[in-house]
Write a protein that binds this ligand. Sequence first.
Ligand code: PEP
Length: 249
Amino acid sequence: MARKKIVAGNWKMNMTPAKAVELIATLRPLVDSNDVDVVLCVPAIDIVPAITATRGTNIAIGAENMHYEESGAYTGEIAPNMLVEAGVKYVILGHSERREYFHETDEELNKKVKKAFEHGLTPILCCGETLEQREMGITIDWIRMQIKSDLAGVPASDVAKMVIAYEPIWAIGTGKTATTGQAQQVCKAIRDCIAEIYDEETAENVRIQYGGSVNAGNAKELFAQPDIDGGLVGGASLKPEFGKIVNYK
Ligand code: PEP
């Protein structure tokens, strides 16, 4: 069975609630598609208005982060059942900005992935190398280590349903895209790693996105690669251009 493409926007720390509703009104007619799953991952405060603004459309709403505990003394954090009750379907976990600026570890991410599944949320698990790691020739080793740590103890039946986003850190927000060959090579290595840890069927089902300066000009070629099942899109998801990425064909 062919994997359905999935294009997810990551708004990061942009858009007030009012601006979020305005942007969704602009994007709604532009991202209508039967071929692609469309997700907008929005700041926590935008989740409720975004859910209302996308009701009856093909757009699913995602969160940008989540805590692995159910509730408690974690000031400023958001619990999985809060996301579920609001109507959230996806959650980005382990974005490189969270790993770098908020010191998220693979151990914490492993707990978050398990907790997301416990609550029926689909994780979009991010992995990626720095420019230094790429130049040292350790990209694949690094990514395999991230995948193995973040998925330790996660059953195959869950992995088959999740999304993994390969995002070379040097390509995020820089305008510098990985070449199609580089992106395909690492996405294939991720799929091979899943086949190794689990089995061929799980590897065939897991959806792997590329992220890093995806735009209307490069989406078609990137998404045509056999192991790239769509994209995680930052900057361009804040503009009507996002519609062109969804309708990349
Ligand atoms: C991202 O935020 O995950 C991302 C890939 O950003 P950009 O598309 O702006 O590089």
